[in-house]
Design a protein around this ligand. Structure first.
Ligand code: 13P
Ligand code: SF4
Length: 328
């Protein structure tokens, strides 16, 4: 590690103690940022931690919807997002009452197992079309969208959330890949939305074939935000922390990892001796990489950027998050 990183890390840790703060980081954060965090995890683990930890301040190294969730769950704590522009593009793909730009191509979905709702609709449109049908919002959504939804889910619990709901139909927003993956594991009809993660959706079946040819002994592990035709070729499909558990418990020695490359840091650190290869080297989320040690230090020094969700949105959004967190 460079001397510069070490000095920055020491100063961050000093300020963290002084301000009774905790640093939470997503598994996709830069290696050096993960290394100063009190807790590194997937979206579900980070939500659980944010709702239960005892501190005055949370510095959230991730993207905006994650810091919003922390603020929704812990309104008495100061929640800081070091980079205000660290947004998840998928979270902006569904809006409560103003349509988003239309996309016309649907790579990988010549025969989708669920209906993908056209992009020119809003969440209120779809709720009006299916009155009474519960809405499951992936945590990768804005606080406003969560507030209009019945329950949240993450990639780690989407099927359990769908199965917990009454009736035979659910609306699942905004990630069509995750929704269609879940649709295969439930008897319920899943009405999906045409949202996607551009980091995961760029992976093609040909990428899997190429990676397997280069590493024939490796198991392929993919995130459910990948296209369905990619997931079909994987040995295991799971959330980022699910990948950590899978790699730790598997007797295999080599793994091809189909998610953002930030996860490789923990995989390698926690599994010395095992080998991990990115499914594609360009699986890099630019928004997750915006947070640097410098921006974390600035967050502590300048109190930047406070994320606070207005009460009229926070209360209904919390209900959706709490319903998810109450599931075993
Ligand atoms: P996980 O919940 O699996 O960590 O995924 C979050 C995310 O943003 C995936 O792109
Ligand atoms: Fe959003 Fe994809 Fe980045 Fe995750 S990896 S934060 S879904 S853009």
């Amino acid at each position: 590690m460079s001397a510069d990183f070490k000095a920055l890390q020491e100063e961050i840790l000093r300020l963290k103690e002084e301000k009774h703060a905790l640093i939470l980081a997503h598994n996709y954060q830069r290696d050096e940022v993960q290394d100063i965090a009190d807790f590194v995890g997937d979206s579900l683990e980070l939500s659980r931690t944010a709702s239960s930890i005892d501190c005055k301040m949370i510095v959230f190294c991730g993207v905006k919807f994650m810091a919003e969730s922390a603020s929704i769950l812990s309104p008495d704590k100061t929640v800081l997002l070091p980079e205000l522009e660290a947004n998840c593009p998928m979270a902006d793909m569904i809006r409560v009452d103003s349509p988003r730009p239309v996309r016309t191509s649907f790579p990988g979905f010549s025969n989708p197992p669920a209906y993908v709702y056209p992009a020119e609709f809003t969440l209120r449109d779809i709720k009006q079309k299916y009155p009474g049908v519960p809405v499951v919002a992936y945590v990768n959504t804005t606080a406003e969208v969560k507030a209009e939804s019945d329950i949240c889910c993450t990639s780690a619990n989407v099927v359990k959330v769908i199965e917990s709901l009454p009736g035979d139909v659910v609306i699942c927003i905004p990630d069509k890949n995750l929704s269609m993956w879940a649709a295969r594991s439930t008897k319920k009809k899943v009405i999906a939305w045409d949202g996607y993660c551009n980091v995961h959706e760029r992976v093609t079946p040909e990428d899997v074939v190429t990676a397997k040819a280069a590493h024939p002994s490796a198991l392929v592990v993919a995130h459910p935000e990948c296209r369905l035709d990619v997931l079909e070729l994987a040995d295991h499909v799971t959330s980022t922390s699910g990948m950590l558990r899978y790699a730790a418990s598997s007797s295999a020695q080599e793994f091809i990892i189909g998610t953002e490359i930030g996860l490789l840091h923990r995989l390698r650190k926690e599994n010395p001796g095992k080998l991990f290869y990115p499914l594609r080297k360009d699986m890099i989320c630019p928004n997750m990489k915006k947070t640097t040690l410098q921006s974390v230090l600035r967050a502590f020094r300048e109190n930047t950027h406070v994320i606070k969700v207005p009460e009229e949105i926070r209360v209904p959004a919390k209900r959706a998050l709490d319903r998810m967190l109450a599931l075993p």
